[in-house]
Ligand binder design. Structure first.
Ligand code: ZN
Length: 238
């Protein structure tokens, strides 16, 4: 089986003296699961969120030079927008908790249109600036795939999903979803072609996200779309 992980972080989560997770561990887990490629963003450290600074994007490019399985993703921060980014990045990612910026903010829209690469956006339906309505608003104003990381995450997503309309360029990513019923509703409404497997390691785990997809009891064809086909088409990978 060939699987592509659409969302994972390079680095560990510091917690006192302990560091949780690391790339070496991820590579062991992912190899066992048949994960062939992974979209990698740097890790957002607590200080990035408190001082609105940008996580270490260079660490991802450095690692990508040694490891051809990595699809490098640039973490952009509207408080620290670069004039340009290296051509090696294949996508960009926004985490709106840095500065509580609306996903559909004009600055975000402008940057996404300028860079013109697929964009991953952290979502949490519990916060007005990161709900799926904001994803829809952004997606209507840009011409690239918009991937809702965590698919809204919390229970409220299940109830509010019907309130939104989504343009064709919106995709739903599987990490950090609180309850499987949320993913099941997304699957029923939008189908496998809109769902993308991601682990959010080291916060999440690819084994958890794959189990979430298992609850859909999807056909082999749908399973392949969600775990490989959709992200492959987005990046036009061979
Ligand atoms: Zn993440």
């Amino acid at each position: 089986m060939v699987i592509i992980d659409a969302h994972m972080h390079l680095g560990s989560i510091p917690d006192g003296k302990k560091k949780w997770g690391n790339f070496r561990e991820y590579k062991i887990i992912s190899k066992k699961l048949g994960i062939e490629k992974y979209c990698v963003v740097p890790i957002g450290l607590p200080k990035n969120f408190t001082d609105k600074s940008t996580p270490d994007n260079d660490s991802v490019l450095k690692e990508a030079e040694k490891n051809k399985l990595i699809i490098p993703v640039y973490w952009f921060n509207v408080f620290d927008l670069p004039k340009e980014i290296s051509e090696k990045y294949q996508a960009i990612k926004l985490h709106s908790d840095i500065g509580k910026v609306n996903i559909s903010d004009k600055k975000v829209e402008k940057f996404v249109n300028k860079i013109n690469l697929p964009v991953f956006v952290h979502t949490n339906e519990g916060k007005e600036y990161t709900n799926l309505g904001e994803v829809s608003n952004l997606a209507k104003k840009v011409d690239v795939p918009v991937i809702a990381v965590h698919s809204g995450s919390v229970t409220g997503t299940f109830f509010k999903l019907n309130n939104y309309d989504f343009p064709k360029n919106v995709y739903f990513e599987t990490s950090g979803i609180q309850y499987s019923i949320i993913l099941q509703k997304i699957y029923e409404r939008f189908g496998a072609k809109k769902i993308i497997f991601g682990s959010d390691y080291p916060f999440g785990d690819p084994r958890v996200s794959l189990a979430m997809i298992d609850t859909l009891e999807a056909s082999k064809k749908d399973y392949k779309l969600m775990t490989e086909g959709n992200i492959r088409s987005i990046f036009q990978l061979k």
